[in-house]
Design a binder for this molecule. Structure first.
Ligand SMILES: NC(=O)c1ccc[n+]([C@@H]2O[C@H](COP(=O)([O-])OP(=O)(O)OC[C@H]3O[C@@H](n4cnc5c(N)ncnc54)[C@H](OP(=O)(O)O)[C@@H]3O)[C@@H](O)[C@H]2O)c1
Length: 262
């Protein structure tokens, strides 16, 4: 029973921002659990094609690259149309691509605010909306579809970083998660969010530049470490599979205990 609960056998998945970092780790987890096909997207063609080829070679299912920019609603519409041309249904959508904007209060430009909101909130909403027909087409109580939004603990507690639009965007996607979960529950689509704490990825490289503040941050995290991308694999697999068949609208921190003390 347990292997069956976590099985991704036969499943078709889409992971935005899957060329590296957390997105890649989730794509690999789905294929490792038996997914038939996982689409990964990113802007840089070479990087997404290289990642897909590496992942594809490691698992029985297919990893398919799609290059595209999700920083506009047009980009979200294009991706949804591309998936609809290739597939009659979709089991799992992971809205993972995201970005930040670091600037002290007083110096935050409007275009910086918009870039973050567009990629982290607006595109995930329109991509999900466009993909509802595919997400619902085969979904049943015994085979629920799953949308996983990647939020952040920055959307749960305040932090000292000058990342105003990022923190607001992550709070927004958490609330959007609850809202969509409510709407889609009776159509057998579950919508949850993962709220990562600090993870070692390209996005957070800047925060290790000053060893003293990096060490100070580690001391504040109850588990005294940052996450590795593989640390997100288990919870993503649970949310994607029937293991979470009765879980929807939840925001799950994966943060080494950071939100316990923040
Ligand atoms: N790392 C952390 O500590 C942390 C903590 C909390 C939340 N998160 C969230 O986790 C998610 C993944 O972060 P990560 O750390 O794995 O980041 P990452 O290593 O920088 O990877 C980001 C991925 O998104 C793609 N991407 C970026 N901008 C895009 C755009 N405009 N259109 C399409 N794809 C785009 C990137 O590829 P291209 O550059 O080729 O487009 C890449 O595949 C984000 O939503 C982030 O906010 C991360």
């Amino acid at each position: 029973m347990i292997p069956e609960l976590f099985s991704m056998n036969d499943r078709i998945c889409l992971v935005t921002g899957g060329s590296r970092g957390l997105g890649r780790a989730m794509a690999e987890a789905f294929l490792d659990a038996g997914a038939a096909r996982v689409y990964i997207t990113a802007r840089h063609v070479d990087a997404v094609e290289r990642a897909a080829a590496e992942i594809d070679g490691a698992f029985a299912g297919d990893c398919v690259p799609i290059a595209g920019d999700l920083s506009t609603v047009e980009g979200a519409h294009t991706l949804a149309a591309d998936i609809a041309e290739r597939e009659a249904h979709l089991d799992v959508l992971v809205n993972n691509a995201g970005r930040g904007w670091l600037a002290p209060l007083g110096d935050v430009p409007e275009h910086g605010w918009d870039k973050v909101m567009d990629l982290n909130v607006k595109s995930p909403f329109f991509l999900t909306q466009d993909l509802v027909p595919l997400l619902t087409s085969r979904a049943t109580q015994q085979r629920t579809s799953s949308v996983i939004n990647i939020g952040s603990i920055a959307g749960i507690t305040a932090n000292p970083s000058d990342t105003y639009s990022y923190n607001a965007s992550k709070s927004a996607i958490h609330q959007m998660t609850r809202n969509l979960a409510f709407t889609l529950a009776e159509r057998h689509v579950r919508v949850n969010a993962i709220a990562p704490g600090r993870f070692h990825t390209e996005m957070t490289e800047f925060a290790k530049a000053d060893p003293a503040s990096y060490e100070a941050e580690l001391r504040m995290i109850p588990q005294h470490r940052w996450g590795d991308p593989a640390d997100i694999a288990g919870v993503a697999l649970m949310l994607a599979s029937q293991a979470a068949a009765f879980i929807t609208g939840q925001i799950i921190p994966v943060d080494g205990g950071t939100t316990l003390v923040a």
